[in-house]
Design a protein around this ligand. Structure first.
Ligand code: ATP
Ligand code: TYD
Length: 236
């Protein structure tokens, strides 16, 4: 098989085939984008920070019974993963109101959402990733009713595991986005769990420690990402 064949180049990661059937190489690049690619930059070191945090959480979740695509790190920015047939959904869990939910609904920024809510977007850049509901997910054949229940339960379990971990590390888990895919009959967590895909607030100061620092020019992005890495390592 052709090693290093580029399968997909996304906004922040590149996915390659490897010479092992069923294994992919995911390279976390230093590109950072926001507002659907409207703002773009390269931040040297950002890819390695996100790869490290993602690997850490995939291992943490696996240890706690969540099937993930993670196999191993190859180098500081490269992850070897199980190839999944991706389900074209962005599954977003929210513990605190921030971002698009505040723009769309009468929540105030920082308002607790307890019990947490899960919302889903259809992953399709051409259509601007529109929000999608359970009936549409089933009608479009993305998930059966049973699989939808499983994705929802797994997302809530992941939320509890991540939230508890972050609280101990002095960070509030505001929200996050995950993606799932199929490996045979198993629905696995894929993609990434990083500062690009979560909102994280410092519990002591309220400062953002995630991509909002970049989105809204709130300070030095790399030092915010680095603080998350340090806090996670200290906690572990
Ligand atoms: P977005 O930033 O909106 O999530 P993107 O496509 O630009 O979209 P990237 O993270 O740059 O995102 O690209 C990674 C791609 O690889 C995504 O399309 C993701 O769904 C896909 N992917 C992640 N994990 C796997 C896997 N285990 N098997 C197959 N594809 C995967
Ligand atoms: P959301 O508030 O819906 O969007 P925005 O960040 O544009 O205000 O985002 C909720 C969380 O999900 C946030 O932590 C960022 C993450 N997310 C992604 O990683 N990718 C996406 O395409 C979207 C829509 C959200």
């Amino acid at each position: 098989m052709d090693d290093d064949q580029l399968l997909y180049e996304g906004k922040a990661k590149s996915v390659f085939r490897t010479n092992v059937a069923g294994e992919l190489r995911v390279v976390f690049r230093d590109d950072i984008t926001a507002f659907n690619g409207g703002k773009k930059d390269i931040l040297a070191g950002k890819g390695a920070y996100n790869a490290r945090v993602s690997a850490f959480f995939f291992e943490y979740l696996e240890k706690n019974g969540i099937p993930t695509h993670f196999i191993r790190m190859e180098d500081e920015r490269t992850m070897i993963v199980r190839e999944l047939t991706m389900i074209p959904l962005e599954v977003i869990a929210r513990n605190v109101a921030a971002g698009s939910i505040v723009k769309k609904f009468p929540f105030t920024e920082g308002q607790r959402i307890d019990p947490p809510v899960i919302v889903t977007d259809y992953k399709d850049d051409e259509h601007g990733d529109p929000s999608i509901n359970d009936d549409l997910i089933i009608a479009l054949g993305f998930l059966s009713p049973d699989d939808l229940r499983e994705v929802r339960e797994t997302t809530l379990k992941i939320n509890t595991l991540l939230k508890d971990f972050f609280t101990k590390a002095g960070i509030e888990l505001v929200d996050f986005k995950i993606e799932f895919g199929r490996s045979g009959d198993t629905i696995c967590l894929g993609d990434e769990i990083s500062m690009d895909s979560m909102r994280l607030w410092d519990l002591a100061t309220g400062e953002s420690l995630d991509k909002d620092v970049y989105r809204f020019g709130k300070g030095d992005v790399l030092s915010a990402y680095g603080r998350v890495v340090d806090k996670i390592l200290q906690e572990n």
